[in-house]
Design a protein around this ligand. Structure first.
Ligand code: ARG
Length: 555
């Protein structure tokens, strides 16, 4: 329920306000219920109405009808509206948070996009988790969302892998032993290459062969890509993160000519020391290299070709790229090239950055081994969650599933709880603290709501009108009602932590309410309070869903 609209609709016909067309925008939410729920700063009207703010406030106040307002107070030029709590609750308790109807807009989110030569490790979590939450958020708001995993399946790492397989491995083992096998060989290659320069030349040669579509190189390369994608998919499945496309960089590598020609024709392309570049000096961005002197393409060249293709496919209204802040210059450069090319979508591309996600002891955490692989983090968090749940005496019969839900939630929440640009740390113990600002706390509160609702079913129920009008209860109701407004700001600023914070506040307001008021008293249920519990549970479930964290009914 849009509380500003409620106020606006109820006062807009008052004589003095008849010609004010930005009334809705002038109304503001208060920070403190003591000053009403919505306030109108009347000095903003003083000039156009040619009256002083106090007079304006008083004459609006005199025109207010009873009913929707509990009372209206004029204080120092502000007009504070106190809404009728039971009436608002009547409406709020019936509202459900559902994805909005299609708004006809399309957004693509390019996220995860990991380089397939590597295992999915802690460094890949931020883009994967943040990207999926932003996708969910836009979907909720009615956008058609394309989730794109632009995997890094191109470049010398694959030449290295083939060289390594040729030296120390066996091609036929790739599909049998999977990603572990090529990973080990890759590591070995990098170690050996330090003392044997010829190896790097071999790797480069194999990479050129891949590019030239040499049958043997291509055959081995395809096998490497296949097992690597399978592993990445498996992990994304575990994380319950889905994609619409896994088209990676390699796909675009033989589709670069049109964009390069277009740059040439528009006169943007220059030759500098044999290389093809776009000079961005005038924009303080240096140069954007398009082709190296040996004719090889670059990361930026592929991004240019990719976005042109994506526009052909999706006619997107917004394109989001979720990567670490280290790639800032890369995106700034090729976004500028797109702008200089006069593409209609140039202003609708956004680079969404984030800080580092690491383990407490720095980048390398002893407890997790050297690389802090995502699968290990999940396993360890799940094991610890199982211990905690058992110690707490949980009676659920699906302890295994529950522990996994808690473990995965904690790993994800580590990235989501603070502003994305801040560096964050995954600390196992604190992230699993049921009483802290954590995902288990959110999940536990959800389960608690469910158990209250269960307990109440079948009991006698009645309602006393004042059951939900206490200040603490009203704060909770207003917060419940704020869900959609919060999702909108989260989307507008690409900031998942607004959702996490909203949910943490929801839980703390709920727990205050729960401690101060009886929902079931002497086997009699307060209908209104129970309705509120249901609304809280509903918002918790909807918010956790946006975060991609499960909402168990019992813990
Ligand atoms: N594969 C790249 C990396 O791991 C990220 C790709 C991001 N997406 C893009 N369209 N450039 O650094």
């Amino acid at each position: 329920m849009d509380l500003k609209k409620v106020v606006c609709d109820n006062i807009k016909d008052i004589e003095i306000l008849k010609d004010i067309d930005n009334l809705y925008d002038l109304l503001t939410y208060t920070n403190d219920t003591k000053n009403g729920d919505i306030t109108l700063p009347c000095f903003a009207l003083a000039k156009s109405l040619r009256r002083n703010p106090m007079e304006i406030a008083n004459s609006i106040k005199d025109g207010c009808k009873e009913g929707v307002f509990d009372r209206v107070e004029s204080v120092n030029g502000y007009l504070n509206f106190y809404l009728n709590r039971s009436e608002v609750f009547e409406v709020v308790s019936k509202e459900e948070s559902k994805a909005k109807a299609s708004n006809g807009k399309t957004v693509f989110v390019d996220f995860s996009s990991l380089n397939l030569a590597k295992y999915m490790h802690i460094g890949h979590l931020s883009t994967t988790v943040i990207g999926s939450v932003i996708s969910n958020t836009y979907e909720y708001l009615g956008y058609d969302v394309k989730r794109l995993n632009y995997v890094g399946d191109y470049g010398t790492p694959f030449g290295k892998m083939i060289a390594a397989i040729k030296h120390w491995g066996d091609e036929s083992e790739i599909e049998v032993k999977g990603v572990d096998y090529i990973q080990d060989l890759y590591v070995k290659f990098n170690v050996e290459a330090e003392s044997d320069e010829a190896l790097m030349d071999e790797a480069r040669e194999w990479f050129v062969k891949i590019e030239d579509k040499d049958p043997e190189a291509l055959r081995i390369y395809d096998k490497i890509i296949k097992v690597s994608i399978e592993e990445a998919r498996r992990l994304c499945d575990i994380l319950d993160i889905k994609f619409d496309s896994w088209i990676g960089e390699a796909y675009y590598n033989d589709k670069l000519d049109p964009v390069v020609n277009e740059l040439e024709e528009s006169g943007l392309l220059e030759t500098s020391q044999g290389a093809k570049i776009v000079d961005l000096e005038a924009h303080d961005l240096g140069v954007c290299m398009i082709k190296k002197s040996d004719g090889a393409s670059l990361y930026a060249t592929r991004d240019l070709a990719t976005v042109v293709d994506r526009y052909d496919r999706y006619k997107f209204d917004l394109g989001l790229y979720v990567t670490s802040v280290q790639q800032k210059l890369h995106f700034a450069r090729w976004f500028k090239v797109i702008e200089l090319m006069g593409k209609p979508y140039a202003n609708n591309l956004k680079h969404i950055t984030y800080g580092t996600y690491s383990l407490p002891t720095g980048k390398i955490g002893s407890r997790f081994g050297k690389q802090a692989l995502v699968k290990d983090m999940i396993d360890i968090a799940t094991d610890r969650a199982r211990e905690i749940v058992s110690t707490r005496g949980s009676k659920v019969d699906n302890i295994e599933e529950l522990s996994r839900e808690i473990g995965i939630g904690a790993v994800k929440f580590g990235v989501l709880k603070t502003e994305r640009i801040k560096d964050c740390v995954f600390d196992l113990e604190s992230s699993l603290n049921f009483d802290g600002e954590t995902s288990p706390y959110l999940q536990y509160t959800h389960a608690r709501c469910s158990s209250i609702i269960d307990k109440a079913s079948g009991l006698k129920a009645e309602t006393n009108k004042d059951d939900i009008t206490a200040d603490d209860t009203w704060e909770l109701i207003k917060h419940v009602n704020d869900f959609d407004r919060m999702v909108e700001s989260s989307a507008a600023e690409y900031e998942p932590c607004y959702i996490s914070r909203y949910l943490l506040t929801l839980c703390s307001l709920f727990n205050k309410f729960y401690n101060n008021h009886r929902i079931i008293d002497n086997d009699i249920v307060s209908i209104a309070r129970l309705e509120l519990v249901k609304s809280v549970r509903e918002k918790l479930a909807a918010g956790l869903k946006l975060l991609g964290i499960s909402a168990p009914n019992a813990m």
